[in-house]
Design a protein around this ligand. Structure first.
Ligand code: XMP
Length: 320
């Protein structure tokens, strides 16, 4: 697409002009937005860029390895991979309130990121994957909602704390345009087409009970099976977001001739164009039965699977 090719050239030129010979640090989450920023910046300023990937312990299965492999090994981008999961579990303790979890995770994320930035000698600029909808949504508009439904946490708050200038090359783009730009930059289709994933990750998909590595492992396995089946059925690109939620309820089941007493897992899938509104996805029953069977057979700790048929509004996409 010629327009996106032109945008890419302009954006690279603009970054070079803004940054000069200074150093830039970029928080890499594995998501589409920060990945596109990283590759764009790498193309623009090469060695002046360092990426920091903070592993909170709430990532999906295989995610950390994928990020390191793609950016460090394939692109040769300077990448700091910080496994901070122990710190995150520690900081969260027994907390299960959604907003407090977000606050704790967001705050600690900044602490860890800041420490890693210092460790590499600091930088003059911070690169962020801010999109146009983020720019609009952060401005309260007349007639708009006056209550905070969720305090979405990415790396907001970093710039003030760290006294760095911002590089935000995606500020004028919508999500579909970012994906196009990603393709233009040669990012693998599989990466560019990834479903959105919230900053707090699996931590907001285990409602109602204190978080632990064990619960995260159970959820990660169920989630991976679900996504694998969605990909196999050729449905991944038709869905905006799909994920599993581990409910804080145990139910009685039967396995062979033994009684089980394990957790319930809820499956969620929605279509949407911007995440502001969403419809639940209408899977056929054979598909749901297959996923349910696989999860219950393959994941110890789950013995019942339910499907969430709530749209947004009145529901939100995530459960917390
Ligand atoms: P909701 O649940 O509010 O989600 O309907 C709309 C979109 O935002 C994502 N989301 C988050 N993203 N930090 C993020 O970076 C968060 O705290 C957060 N909460 C929700 C959600 O996955 C969906 O794409």
């Amino acid at each position: 697409d010629w327009t996106m090719a032109a945008f890419k050239e302009q954006a690279i030129e603009a970054v070079r002009k803004q940054v000069g010979d200074k150093k830039v640090i970029c928080g890499l989450s594995g998501g589409v937005d920060s990945s596109v920023v990283a590759v764009l910046l790498h193309e623009a300023i090469g060695e002046q860029l360092t990426c920091v990937f903070v592993d909170t312990g709430f990532m999906r299965q295989g995610e950390a390895e994928e990020v390191v492999t793609l950016f460090r090994d394939h692109y040769n981008i300077k990448l700091v991979h910080k496994d901070a999961s122990a710190q995150f579990f520690d900081a969260l303790g027994d907390e299960y309130d959604p907003e407090k979890k977000r606050k704790t995770i967001g705050g600690l994320f900044i602490d860890v990121f800041e420490a890693e930035a210092k460790a590499i000698g600091g930088a003059d600029f911070l690169a962020q994957g801010t999109l146009y909808p983020d720019v609009i949504e952060s401005v309260s508009f007349v007639g708009g909602p006056s209550v905070t439904i969720k305090s979405h946490h990415n790396v907001g708050g970093l710039p003030e704390r760290m006294d760095m200038k911002l590089v935000e090359p995606l500020r004028e783009l919508f999500k579909d345009e970012v994906r196009e730009l990603g393709k233009e930059l040669g990012l693998p289709e599989k990466f560019v087409g990834r479903h959105p994933f919230p900053g707090p990750g699996l931590a907001i998909r285990i409602p109602g009970q204190p978080l632990s590595a064990e619960l995260c492992d159970i959820l990660r396995k169920a989630d991976a099976i679900y996504l694998e089946e969605i990909r196999n059925a050729g449905l991944y690109d038709a869905i905006w977001q799909a994920f599993a939620v581990l409910l804080p309820v145990r139910t009685v089941g039967v396995m062979g001739d033994a009684r089980t007493y394990e957790f319930v897992c809820a499956l969620r899938a929605v279509t949407s164009t911007d995440g502001m509104t969403a419809d639940y996805y209408h899977f056929d029953h054979e598909f749901l039965a297959r996923v349910s069977n696989r999860i219950i057979n393959e994941v110890r700790g789950i013995n019942r699977v339910v499907y969430d048929c709530t749209s947004k509004p009145p529901g939100t996409i995530e459960w917390e």
